[in-house]
Design a protein around this ligand. Sequence first.
Ligand code: C2E
Ligand code: MG
Ligand code: MG
Length: 240
Amino acid sequence: MEYQPIVDLANGAVTGREALIRWTHPTRGELSPSAFIPTAERTGLILAPGEWALLQSCKEAVMWRDKAPVAVNVSPVQLREETFASIVAGVLRKTRLPPERLNIEVTETVLLNDDIVTRRNISRLRALGIGLALDDFGTGFSTMSTLVRFTFDKLKIDSSFVKESVHRRESAAVVRGIVALAREIGMPTTAEGIETEEQLDFVRRSGCTHAQGFLLGRPVQGSEIARIDERLSAQSLNQA
Ligand code: C2E
Ligand code: MG
Ligand code: MG
């Protein structure tokens, strides 16, 4: 797994890290999740790696010195499994990660078909005290009513809008519109895929509360985080 920082735009602090699955294929080398997740979802083979990713992320996050929450991506297929919430509860028990340090990210397509098991899972996750983020917002087909019905804790604005926002008036308007809507219903917003100062400046001015992207921090191996942590604590010791 790799982990990418999510930064609070108010103070620049790392307020969480998103866990991103990595797979080194024996002949094709390092594969991007977008190269294998869709197939794994279609064939029903996502359940095992999905559960592994969750367990691994919680195991690693529990060791982070800064106690930042970890955001784990979950496939709509996993959410349609009756046992999903109890698997999550089991992982929390096993790893001793407090539920408030786990955020689950689901893509908008999860809302597409109003599935009864998905609904049940979402309310069970809530009851466990886990945070829920709606990922890639703006790219799917979710309607405002489903958005309100499901009550997420956070909206992640898809990187495509962020990238275009500095060139296209329409995309800029979409970003500002999403932020205004989210603010009205009291939801923080994370702008995804920030690569340039110009994009960062734009999303900050638009009122996004959080941001994520290569400019702010690339995804790194779990072992790197421990090293960053050590560097930070060594610095603070030196200052003390
Ligand atoms: P996502 O959840 O929207 O994750 C953000 C993706 O954007 C990651 O790609 C990340 O590496 C990339 N990214 C971050 N900052 C930048 C940037 O500044 N520029 C650019 N060009 N890209 C940036 P990645 O790791 O390839 O993951 C792709 C997608 O695969 C994720 O999108 C997520 O939907 C899915 N995914 C990743 N890990 C898991 C997992 O454990 N389980 C499931 N079900 N899906 C996963
Ligand atoms: Mg995500
Ligand atoms: Mg996303």
